[in-house]
Design a protein around this ligand. Structure first.
Ligand code: NAP
Length: 320
């Protein structure tokens, strides 16, 4: 058993988790942050911003800032006030007993690695990807999963969006503010998106549809140069010369760890009490993309991390 019980353990280290760390550290709660382990997906220390290049919409950086640098800044700021960061992944949690129990490494180990009076969950979400060669490497170099973040970089260019749901259609409509042409590549011949979004897209002169198409190859060395689309009906292929590819085929919140412990919505996102970061377990708070299937921005994640820190602090006060 770990000797001491920590007041706050934060699981996850994107903008939400690290903002919670800054606030709880400055409240003298000596937070421990389990920041995750390096990987090629957004499920890693720093979260989704580690997979982006320039971030131009995070307030306070009039010249923009590189995503990974922004996360170094967050991290340094949290450590400056005494947050303890550990580059490990939580492998199991038990929120059924107090103090709460958190394992790192072997989930079947009899003793947990950490005991905590309160836990802040900020494990984020991942964009679903096509799983093609070059896809991850070219993120930030033509391949993107966020039109709000990156649309601005594609002024007067021809780009494509993959997917047929509300996200794809909404992103395509948004991207027509910048791009000269947006091709929606969808693997079927009808959209999944809501009727109103479809109508808006069909009426938009800048949007073209490539039906029954599956992106099968992403071309480019240092930057995206084009994609190969395979016809899902006859197997024929076609190359599209696009400088931007927005993958909008859905998101997956990183909530498997909390299965059976915290309430989740049908789409897997954690449930929080509206207007707060409280989960169904008193003393466990959730912030950032793990509980946000709507805004999904670094700044909203950071804001909700601040909420979680204040919720945790006030809740701890009522307990001590
Ligand atoms: P979604 O509804 O699950 O749609 C995903 C789309 O991607 C589908 O069209 C699917 O094709 C396609 N797809 C999935 N895997 C693929 C693959 N490997 N290769 C190619 N295509 C693939 O996801 P979403 O659009 O992100 O929406 C998620 C939820 O958020 C939905 O409930 C949606 O209504 C909601 N949302 C609402 C708004 C809004 O109201 N403003 C905006 C965005 C999202 P198939 O159709 O063939 O399955």
């Amino acid at each position: 058993m770990p000797a001491d019980v920590r007041d706050v353990v934060i699981i996850g280290s994107g903008p939400a988790g690290l903002t919670a760390a800054i606030y709880t550290a400055r409240a003298n709660l000596a937070p421990v942050v389990l920041e995750g382990e390096p990987s090629s997906t957004s499920d890693q220390p720093g979260g989704q911003l580690m997979l982006t290049t320039e971030v131009e919409n995070f307030p306070g950086f009039p010249e923009g800032v590189m995503g990974p640098q922004l996360m170094v800044n967050f991290r340094d700021q949290a450590e400056r006030f005494g947050a303890q960061l550990h580059t490990v992944k939580a492998s199991r949690v038990d929120f059924g007993q107090r103090p709460f129990r958190i394992w790192v490494g072997d989930p079947d180990a009899p003793a947990p690695t950490w005991l905590a009076n309160s836990v802040i969950v900020s494990t984020g979400a991942q964009s679903l990807m096509l799983g093609l060669d070059n896809e991850t490497r070219l993120i930030g170099h033509g391949v993107s999963t966020c039109a709000t973040c990156d649309g601005f970089f594609f002024r007067d260019q021809e780009i494509a969006v993959v997917g047929g749901g509300d996200s794809a259609v909404e992103e395509a409509s948004f991207l027509t503010k910048f791009a000269s042409k947006v091709t929606i590549i969808h693997r079927r011949d009808e959209l999944r998106a809501s009727k109103i979004m479809q109508d808006r897209a069909f009426a938009n002169d800048k949007i073209e549809f490539h039906w029954n198409g599956q992106v099968s190859e992403i071309i480019g060395e240092d930057r995206l140069e084009g994609v190969v689309v395979t016809d899902t009906q006859d197997g024929s292929t076609e190359r599209l010369d696009v400088s931007g590819l927005f993958v909008a085929i859905g998101h997956k919140p990183n909530t498997d760890l909390f299965d059976g412990q915290l309430d989740r919505k049908d789409n897997g996102y954690l449930v929080t009490v509206p207007g707060s970061s409280r989960t169904n377990v008193e003393g466990v708070f959730a912030c950032g993309d793990v509980q946000d299937d709507y805004y999904r921005q670094a700044i909203t994640a950071a804001g909700s991390g601040c909420m979680a820190a204040i919720d945790a602090e006030r809740w701890l006060e009522t307990q001590h």
